[in-house]
Design a protein around this ligand. Structure first.
Ligand SMILES: CC(=O)N[C@H]1[C@@H](OP(=O)(O)OP(=O)(O)OC[C@H]2O[C@@H](n3ccc(=O)[nH]c3=O)[C@H](O)[C@@H]2O)O[C@H](CO)[C@@H](O)[C@@H]1O
Length: 375
């Protein structure tokens, strides 16, 4: 038995890629001798991420389209025509026994060939409101894994399994380790600590609003860990000389940053939401308004039902509204428990988070053992 070739289509943003990396960690154990390949978009994030993990990666062209007859539709058509042949090349080159689609347009183009060639397709959807690519691919899929039950109704029900959202081991292992995390980061052990981040690409609007209240926060003894994204990092380094402010361009291991923090200010992409749930950290969420069909807002509402969340819509994000939200969460934490800012450890709200990657990998491998392969 030499193992199976599995092709994972995950592109565009970290939100599709990071859960797939968690699944790969499990596939390595369950599918020894097998190979995992990735196909995604031509963005820099993917190339760098997969190269750093030494994972074989193919970049193909793909993009979404408007449903109106205009020049944009023509451009999309040309791009996707090129992409679809690139996807065919990837399939020929990797000869996969199965395709796992994590969402995004490259996965749609790759799934098109898998469907024609009879390669079993699996889908994982991270968001409460599924994206268009996954909604289409879901019709061709053998099994659909979803992070939350709320997205079930958008897919053929009989194929759906609610698995939770796969999180990387390197992140899972930092739960309930605040003291150690602060030591590792050389932070003060008792000062309230805020982690500020955008999605996988950073968020300019969050960065600039934070900078306007930074002096006040520092003065009130907050320590701030700020993932700025590459673009704003140089500016962030010049904002203050206070050692209570730590700008970071991007972190390959955000687990330690979450673990050290009492409050997170961020976007509400799916992976971020589940990471907040895992750590049980109160958060201020600023949903990305231009995200398809406003799905980040629905992600934020979903988390709000489970734990302390203040939602600030982009048009309402001002230095004042941000300050008020921080004050509110800080205050309520202090009232709830005297220890709160020190040891606000998560209760395990969703135990499947720990197992999501394993469950998905197991189902795919077991299915392949019983099924026929593409040779
Ligand atoms: C613009 C857009 O359409 N964004 C979508 C994209 O989000 P996007 O990739 O921005 O956001 P997610 O919250 O899903 O994922 C971000 C991931 O990046 C990681 N991270 C971030 C910063 C850092 O320095 N290091 C690091 O590892 C986070 O830990 C997290 O795992 O995919 C998500 C999942 O389909 C969607 O919900 C988002 O709406």
């Amino acid at each position: 038995m030499t193992g199976f070739n599995i092709l994972i289509a995950a592109g565009g943003t970290g939100g599709h890629i990071f859960p797939s990396l968690a699944i790969v960690e499990e596939l390595r154990e369950l599918n020894p001798g097998g190979k995992v390949f990735f196909v995604g978009s031509t963005r820099r994030l993917e190339k760098e991420l997969f190269a750093s993990q030494k994972l074989p990666f193919f970049a193909i062209k793909a993009r979404g389209w408007n449903r109106t007859l205009d020049i944009d539709l023509l451009k999309a058509l040309v791009t996707n025509l090129v992409g679809i042949w690139q996807a065919f090349y990837v399939i020929l080159k990797t000869r996969p026994n199965a395709l796992l689609c994590m969402g995004s347009y490259p996965s749609l183009l790759t799934a098109f060939w898998a469907k024609i060639l009879g390669i079993p397709i699996f889908v994982h959807e991270q968001n409460a409101l599924p994206g268009m690519a996954n909604r289409i691919v879901g019709r061709w899929a053998k099994q659909i894994f979803v992070s939350v039950p709320e997205s079930k109704s958008h897919f053929p029900q009989e194929k759906v399994i609610v698995t939770g959202n796969p999180l990387r081991k390197d992140l899972l292992c930092w739960k309930n380790r605040k003291t150690e995390a602060r030591e590792k980061l050389a932070l003060k052990p008792d000062n309230p600590t805020i982690l500020v981040m955008g999605g996988s690409l950073g968020a300019e609007i969050i960065n600039t609003t934070l900078w306007k209240i930074l002096d006040e926060l520092i003065h009130e003894s907050f320590q701030i860990l700020h993932i700025t994204g590459d673009r704003d990092f140089a500016t962030a380094c010049k904002i203050t000389s206070s050692e209570r402010y730590r700008p970071i361009p991007f972190s390959n291991s955000p687990g330690v940053l979450y673990a050290a923090s009492d409050l997170v200010i961020c976007r509400s992409g799916a992976s971020t939401i589940f990471e907040l749930l895992w750590f049980g950290i109160p958060s201020i969420l600023v949903p990305l308004k231009e995200a398809a069909e406003n799905h980040q807002y629905y992600n934020a509402l979903w988390l709000q039902k489970k734990q302390k969340v203040e939602i600030i819509q982009e048009e309402e994000l001002t230095p004042n509204s941000l300050k008020e939200a921080i004050k509110k969460l800080h205050q309520s934490s202090k009232e709830n428990t005297k220890q709160c800012w020190k040891d606000q450890d998560a209760t395990t709200i969703n135990p499947s988070l720990e197992k999501a990657a394993r469950i998905i990998a197991e189902i795919i491998v077991e299915d392949l053992k019983g099924g026929k392969s593409f040779e």
